[in-house]
Ligand binder design. Structure first.
Ligand SMILES: Nc1ncnc2c1ncn2[C@@H]1O[C@H](COP(=O)(O)OP(=O)(O)OP(=O)(O)O)[C@@H](O)[C@H]1O
Ligand SMILES: [Mg+2]
Length: 250
């Protein structure tokens, strides 16, 4: 469904994404992990079309979308959430969600109806008329997800939707993410909460310093020497193997 081929993004002298490739299958939940500053958010920005890659191609549903602007990609079915959530603070919760719904429902009443149904799905129906500024962190994360879902995507890019949530809020979000996939939306998720990544994702890509260093099933990734090195430093894989007992979790 999505194929990113040898994509590079340079910011001046910095190579934030370095010839990275990845694929997302229809109806799948795919993970994108990697240490801070690896280039994960930059890659999302390139897939969603907010920035152009320096080189490489991005193909979505069989069409080369590399040169398409962000709104054209949204029309084709790509939506993203932002790592730093910034709702329109002057608008209510339902109006914030409607901002996404206007993409396919130009009439205000239709957009609001769509926004209400998405809010209902995400458990935001009790706070429709509340100001978005009054939401808790967990509420803002759900609102961010709702705005993206209201565009009726077929591919949803989630950038750390679990960051800042407490363990019970994370537990509540996991089935929501699965349900989105079950409704036919493919998901590519950037996430630092490893337990969530390991339980949700069928396939995981690992980015470190702009380069894809590994990909595979969760179990393969968790024990992959290059991944352990990327997270814990050079020689870490060997040190872990040499450790007399378990207890170290990469
Ligand atoms: N617009 C920009 N201009 C210049 N440098 C940028 C820009 N956006 C990102 N970078 C740099 O590119 C690198 C990758 O950043 P990015 O935000 O993509 O990493 P990340 O993997 O999402 O990290 P984190 O896990 O901390 O969110 C960093 O060194 C960052 O400072
Ligand atoms: Mg990021």
């Amino acid at each position: 469904m999505l194929s990113v081929a040898s994509v590079t993004k340079r910011f001046g002298g910095l190579v934030a994404v370095d010839s990275a490739s990845l694929a997302v299958a229809p109806g799948s939940i795919t993970g994108l992990i990697g240490p801070n500053g690896a280039g994960k958010t930059t890659l999302f920005t390139l897939i969603a079309g907010f920035e152009q890659p320096s080189s490489g191609t991005i193909v979505f549903d069989g069409t080369d979308i590399t040169a398409l602007p962000a709104h054209r990609r949204a029309e084709r079915g790509i939506a993203r959430t932002f790592q730093i959530v910034q709702p329109f603070a002057g608008l209510s919760v339902v109006e914030n969600i409607a901002v996404g719904a206007y993409l396919r429902h130009p009439r205000r009443a239709d957009a609001q109806a769509k926004a209400r149904s998405v809010a209902d799905f995400l458990g935001l129906n009790g706070m429709l008329d509340q100001s978005a500024a009054a939401l808790t962190v967990a509420g803002r994360k759900r609102l961010e997800l709702a705005r993206a879902l209201a565009t009726e995507p077929t591919l949803l890019l989630l950038d750390e939707v679990l960051a800042g949530l407490n363990p019970s809020e994370i537990r509540d979000m996991l089935p929501v993410i699965r349900q989105i996939r079950d409704r036919g939306v493919a998901i590519l998720m950037v996430e630092h909460v490893m337990q969530a990544v390991m339980s949700l994702c069928e396939h995981i890509h690992v980015l470190a310093q702009g380069k894809m260093i590994a990909q595979g099933k969760p179990a393969e990734i968790a024990s992959h020497p290059a991944v352990i090195e990327a997270y814990l430093g050079q020689g870490a894989a060997k040190r872990l193997q040499a450790a007399p007992s378990g207890g170290a979790h990469a």
